[in-house]
Design a protein. Structure first.
Length: 86
């Protein structure tokens, strides 16, 4: 079982860490890299907006992924969740 709250809190502190906790390594490292680039873009002002977008998405996605994981384990149909392909 994955705890959705733990996944969300991990991504709250470090975007992508909740995805790594959920076993989605590729997505987690992609979000970590995107957050790092976004922090660098803060120097040219656009990073403020991208920081918030990446941070909120990482928290939401980590929570929903853990919740869907638990639903699959319980034999319930998980909600659809868009995946980053690649």
């Amino acid at each position: 079982m994955k705890n959705p709250g733990v996944a969300a809190v991990l991504s709250f502190f470090i975007p992508g860490l909740g995805q790594i906790y959920n076993g989605e390594l590729k997505k987690g490292f992609l979000l970590l890299a995107a957050a790092a680039v976004s922090v660098l873009l803060t120097a040219v002002a656009i990073g403020f907006l991208t920081d918030i977008i990446i941070w909120v998405y990482a928290i939401y996605d980590a929570y929903k992924t853990a919740d869907n994981y638990n639903k699959r384990l319980a034999g319930q149909k998980p909600e659809e969740n868009r995946q980053i392909s690649g």
